[in-house]
Write a protein that binds this ligand. Structure first.
Ligand SMILES: Cc1ncc(COP(=O)(O)O)c(C=O)c1O
Length: 235
């Protein structure tokens, strides 16, 4: 057998081990400390060895209990960010997605996957009152912000074909509380972080109305030869 191949029996046995660890983790989630008792030295010792010269086979999974033990726990006492605990149904879905390993570029590449994505996007659009809208799912918030900003820019000043230099300068308005993904996306799109204007917020983190009024913003920057491309609320 080739070194990277896994027999059906080994796959079944390893999957059972992973499942057992996952069930143990999820069923003790609430009792676990939010942050593992560990240190950088400890995690370097455990996880920063050199790349193995030879295939490890099933032993590649030996470190998995330590991975669980040295991960941050998203339970009801975790208030850090928006991240929740892993959803068991979604985790099984991730397994299937990896087993199928589809390419979602076009219907012919994945008839089921593409149709499911379109359907879920339609559901989400309908849930926020955007009937008939289409879109794609992204792997995270940074990619979503990048894509959203690119579309906002394209709708105001088409540059996809002729490049950003063919367009007039544009500005993005964002809450001063906006996620750091926004300045990153602005830089990646070549808009320039100096064209990202932060709108001050009140004590409840709401943008001050007089600052975010589209008319006010548009007129102010129109005078300076700039057009507002997008307005982004906090988070
Ligand atoms: C509004 C917003 N944008 C972007 C991100 C970044 O998301 P990701 O780490 O998935 O790229 C987050 C993550 O919390 C977010 O809340």
């Amino acid at each position: 057998m080739k070194p990277l191949e896994l027999s059906p029996e080994d796959f079944r046995a390893l999957a059972a081990d992973v499942l057992a660890l996952s069930v143990e983790y999820l069923s003790t989630l609430d009792a676990r400390p939010v942050f593992p008792r560990t240190s950088g030295v400890e995690t370097e010792r455990l996880f920063a060895q050199g790349a193995p010269e030879h295939g490890m086979g099933n032993r590649a999974f030996d470190a998995l209990p330590e991975v669980f033990a040295h991960s941050r726990v998203q339970n009801g006492r975790f208030f850090g960010y928006v991240q929740g605990s892993g959803d068991p149904v979604a985790a099984l879905g991730d397994l299937v997605a990896s087993v199928l390993n589809q390419n979602i570029t076009a219907w012919r590449s994945s008839p089921a996957g593409v149709t499911i994505e379109r359907t879920v996007v339609r559901w989400l659009a309908e849930a926020v009152g955007c009937h008939g809208f289409s879109g794609t799912l992204t792997g995270g918030g940074s990619a979503a912000n990048l894509m959203g900003l690119a579309m906002a820019r394209e709708s105001r000043t088409p540059t996809n074909d002729r490049g950003i230099h063919s367009a007039g300068a544009g500005v993005i308005y964002a809450s001063e509380q906006v996620h750091m993904a926004m300045p990153k996306a602005v830089a990646l799109l070549g808009i320039g972080r100096e064209n990202l204007h932060y709108v001050p917020c009140d004590d409840s983190y709401r943008m001050f109305r007089q600052h975010w009024s589209g008319l006010y913003a548009g007129m102010r920057h129109k005078d300076e030869g700039q057009w507002p491309w997008s307005l982004r609320p906090a988070r």
